[in-house]
Structures are given as C-alpha cells and as structure tokens.
Design a protein around this ligand. Sequence first.
Ligand SMILES: Nc1ncnc2c1ncn2[C@@H]1O[C@H](COP(=O)(O)OP(=O)(O)OP(=O)(O)O)[C@@H](O)[C@H]1O
Length: 334
Amino acid sequence: MTPIIRVDHLHRTYRVPKKRPGLGGAFRDLLHPEYRDVHAVQDVTFDIQSGESVAYLGPNGAGKSTTVKMLAGILKPSGGQLSVLGYDPHRQRQAYVKHIGVVFGQRTTLWVDLAVIESLRLLQRVYAIPEPVFQERLSMFDEVLELGKLLATPARKLSLGQRVRADLAAALLHDPRVVFLDEPTIGLDVSVKARIRIFLRRIHQELGTTLLLTTHDLGDVEAISDRVLVIDIGQLIFDGTTRQLRENCGRGDRITIVSPEGSLAALNAATTELGLSWTEDGPGRYGTVYDARRVRTPDLVSRALSAVPAEDLTLREASIEDVVRELYERSPHD
Ligand SMILES: Nc1ncnc2c1ncn2[C@@H]1O[C@H](COP(=O)(O)OP(=O)(O)OP(=O)(O)O)[C@@H](O)[C@H]1O
C-alpha cells in the first residue's frame, strides 16, 4: 500500500540574525548583519498510511510545528522529500490544499469579522459543496461540537474553546482526507477538550480521515491517536503504537519527595512491593514515575512518608518531557 504521507530525510533550517551586545553591537547588526542557522528539523523520515491517526510529540522547540507547516505546504523544506496524497505540498500548494484540513490551536483560520456561519458559507462556495451535503456535515459537527449558538457570532468574539470548535468545523467541512492539527486543545478546559477528543475520534473512525496531531497533552494522545512519533531536537526518537509508548515509558504520574535526611535505599525498600525504583534528582530530592492505574497514589504516598521524613511532596501527571526523558534512558541516543 502506498503511504498517504511520505517524509524522507526532511530538513528545515531557519536563518536567524545574530544579536551582538550593546549599542555598538546593535549598529553593527544593522549595517553588517550576521546570521546563524537553527536546525529546526534534521533528517526526519516516516510514512503514514491512509486512515491512520498519528500523534507527533516532542518537548517545546523540538520541531513539531515546523514539520506540520511543511506538511501543510506553508513552509518550504530546506532539504529532503515530502509528499502528501501524491502532492508536493509547497510547490503544488494551490491544488493540494483542497484535500487537506489544518487546525492551529494558537490561531484561527476563520475570517475574524464574519459570523462563523458566513465563514462556513464562503468555504462551501470555495469547495463547491452541494447544499444537502453542507447541511448534513453541519448537523454531524453540531452533534458533538454544539455549534448552534456560536454560528451567528463573529469569530473575534468567540471564547478560545468556541473558536477552536468553529475552526474544526471549518477545517473539516470539505471532508479532507488528511487533517493536520497543531495543538488543537491548548488552553482549553477539560469539558471542551473532551468534546474535541470525541469529535476527532469520531471523524477518524466514521469518515476514515487521516489525522496528524501535535499536542503537549498525553490525554489527547490516548483519546485520539493509535500511533505515536516522538521528535526531539529536530530528530525522530520513537515510532510505535500508543500502547507501546505507554508500556515502554510515560508509565504515568511522577511523585517527588524532598527529604534531606532520607535515602534512596529507604524509599526503594518501602516500595519494592509496588515494583517501583526511585532516583535521586538532586541533593535530598527523590522521584519515581508510576502507573496510577496499577499503583494507588494514597498507598504510595503513605509508604514513602513512613520511610523518610519529608519536607515537601509533589505529585504531577506524566508530561511529554517525562516521556522523552524515559525514551533516552531506555535507548541511549547520541
Ligand atoms: N520562524 C522561525 N524563525 C527562527 N527560528 C524558528 C522559527 N520557528 C521556529 N524556530 C525554531 O525552530 C525550532 C523548532 O521550533 P518549532 O516551533 O517547530 O518546535 P515545536 O516542537 O513546535 O515547539 P512548541 O512545542 O514550543 O510549539 C526551535 O528552536 C524554534 O526556536
């Protein structure tokens, strides 16, 4: 089967002006600018098959948005090959964009002064969507996204959650075969996030839409994606199923205890039965990552506190940074 997305040794470098210190430096920067290269994406290769739902993860600055912008045809690659639905996204952008949808959580693609329904009507004309099909899609979107009340409102007056829901409707109106979602749930409250996750899952399952999602929220990944690609410092460091990622790393939540008088040995002894091992993250600072579905948090906390005198204790849900750290710990990376 031919992949729907082919990314082959993809590179993207930004040329950034160097800043020299002081007023003299500012003058020299103006008259004789010097540049440095930022290698945002370096030699990334992957294929995505039609109908896959893939999460593209990495810490801040890893190169996710740059990759998505190249896939969407907004940015030109500095090197390597890229093909989506047989198109070269940047070179054939005009013909290409009819077949994809793009959602940026951080900015809208709607016309900000138009009521949402007017934006959707314009898109209906751009994509030549017959009226019955338009109505059918709108009502399907409305079921989960509850667009009703916000259709008459100009995009600039929408709350963030309303705006992302409207953006999703706009991006999917023409039933694109591939949708790129760059942090679609950023800054949203739990209930809107849940709605968007259900919506994307449904689109993927019912319409077979191929999804590529970037997010900092592991909950999004679990709810929406079957496969995960992890990128760090511009390079791919993991490609596997969501289940493999969960099994290999990102075992769950992290507990940290500050205990200048405690010891690793005492903590390890108190929690061996739970199958946990602790690391010393700094002087008198100990941490472990655990699977909250397997280990009860109150049990873990009470065992740890009876083993060492604690000055502070924090609990934190697993983050993408934890996942990346564990990936490095498990397979040494040069
Ligand atoms: N327009 C730009 N000009 C110069 N450097 C850039 C530009 N856009 C991104 N970068 C740099 O490229 C690298 C990758 O950035 P990118 O935005 O792709 O990462 P990201 O993984 O999406 O990060 P985040 O999760 O913070 O959005 C970073 O070092 C960033 O500072």
